[in-house]
Design a protein around this ligand. Structure first.
Ligand SMILES: Nc1nc2c(ncn2[C@@H]2O[C@H](COP(=O)(O)OP(=O)(O)OP(=O)(O)O)[C@@H](O)[C@H]2O)c(=O)[nH]1
Ligand SMILES: [Mg+2]
Length: 340
């Protein structure tokens, strides 16, 4: 790769404002997070560096300052995409940082699901990214524009694009040129890597979906930031089995602004929007402007987010007390060894 400017790497004023001495800085962008090091891209090309803390604290797309092969500092993120990791004890898992647009990829087939799209939109909103819904496999369905209409109805912020990922990936170029970063998320098998390959010119593996249930085979296993042919950046991610949100209540409320905008008009400040007199939300359901299913999906996401956010806080407390027990156990066995 030839030398490139910081701006071409996605560097903006919000990063330069975090660095006081421009002459001594060596900024680098994280392209991959490995267990014991980071893969980076600097204006001189690719390199690697070790971190002073766990690499799990870094995300693909992060900006760091390096001193030789050591990371000295991570710059504040402009956007941060995260979810609750899998498993009952899991914490918050970083997906990507400093992403301008989050492409929520779904196919125009069995994968299309309004509740799932709302979940991803809430993630985009709490991350601070512009949301884009990309509906793939338009070549395999009769009326792809019906899917696009349903997707755009979910939030006024959303643009939905329908395409055949194998031949029309260039429709996404406006979001990944001029140093702009686009990340692709969605279920396995929807065509994320097919889009990435066309937009970047690399050839990562893609695989046919299963014939019996149209589900993908979880082909991509790591996240990576790659340059696009259009002069921007693309992050492909492994397909998600399910997306659990945490600390996303503001994002959820932003996606469901049609409901939250009604709340100030309710007669009671503590209205639960069930059967209270003067409830503006129930009035909207009664006059047909609000779908009762959407109200239920909003409640469900908020409830789930609250439980997940609490359980993450509890998991942190548990791991702190386990560490304490472990340290005390080590002290005790040392003491015993001395005595014997
Ligand atoms: N007909 C058609 N096939 C597509 C389209 N997009 C993807 N495919 C096919 O769908 C299969 C899965 O595509 P991938 O790009 O591997 O899907 P992915 O989202 O990266 O999947 P994971 O890496 O498992 O998350 C491949 O066989 C692709 O050729 C499309 O728009 N039209
Ligand atoms: Mg893939």
């Amino acid at each position: 790769m030839t030398d490139m400017s910081l701006a071409a790497l996605g560097w903006t004023a919000s990063f330069s404002s975090q660095v006081d001495t421009p002459s001594s800085l060596s900024p680098a962008r994280v392209t991959e997070v490995k267990r014991d090091h980071l893969s980076l891209l600097t204006t001189q090309g690719p390199t690697t560096a070790i971190t002073p803390d766990e690499t799990g604290h870094y995300a693909v797309g992060d900006w760091v300052l390096v001193d030789g092969a050591k990371v000295t500092h991570r710059l504040e993120r402009t956007t941060e995409i995260a979810r609750r990791g899998a498993g009952p004890q899991a914490g918050r898992q970083l997906i990507a940082a400093n992403v301008d647009t989050l492409a929520i990829v779904s196919s125009c087939n069995a994968d299309f699901n309004v509740a799932r799209l709302e979940r991803y939109l809430a993630m985009a909103s709490s991350a601070g990214c512009l949301p884009l819904i990309v509906l793939t496999k338009a070549d395999t369905c009769d009326a792809p524009e019906d899917f696009a209409r349903q997707a755009e109805a979910l939030s006024p912020l959303v643009t939905a694009i329908t395409l055949n990922a194998k031949t029309e990936a260039s429709k996404l170029e406006p979001w990944c040129k001029n140093g702009q970063t686009l990340a692709l998320v969605g279920s396995s098998g929807v065509g994320k890597t097919t889009l990435q390959n066309a937009l970047t010119g690399v050839t990562d593996i893609t695989q046919d979906i299963r014939e019996d249930d149209a589900k993908g085979r979880h082909t991509t296993t790591a996240r990576a930031l790659r340059p696009t042919l259009a002069g921007g950046w693309l992050i492909d991610t492994p397909g998600m089995r399910e997306l659990a949100l945490s600390d996303a209540s503001e994002g959820i409320d932003a996606v469901f602004s049609d409901i939250t905008d009604l709340i100030p008009s309710c007669k009671f400040n503590d209205c639960a929007h069930q059967s209270e007199p003067g409830c503006a939300v129930q009035a909207a359901i009664a006059d047909g402007t609000l779908d009762p299913d959407r109200l239920e999906r909003w409640r469900k996401l908020l409830r789930e987010d609250e439980i997940n956010s609490q359980s993450i806080a509890q998991a942190h407390a548990r791991s702190r007390s386990l560490q304490k027990m472990y340290n005390e156990g080590k002290k005790r066995s040392k003491h015993k060894r001395k005595q014997s």
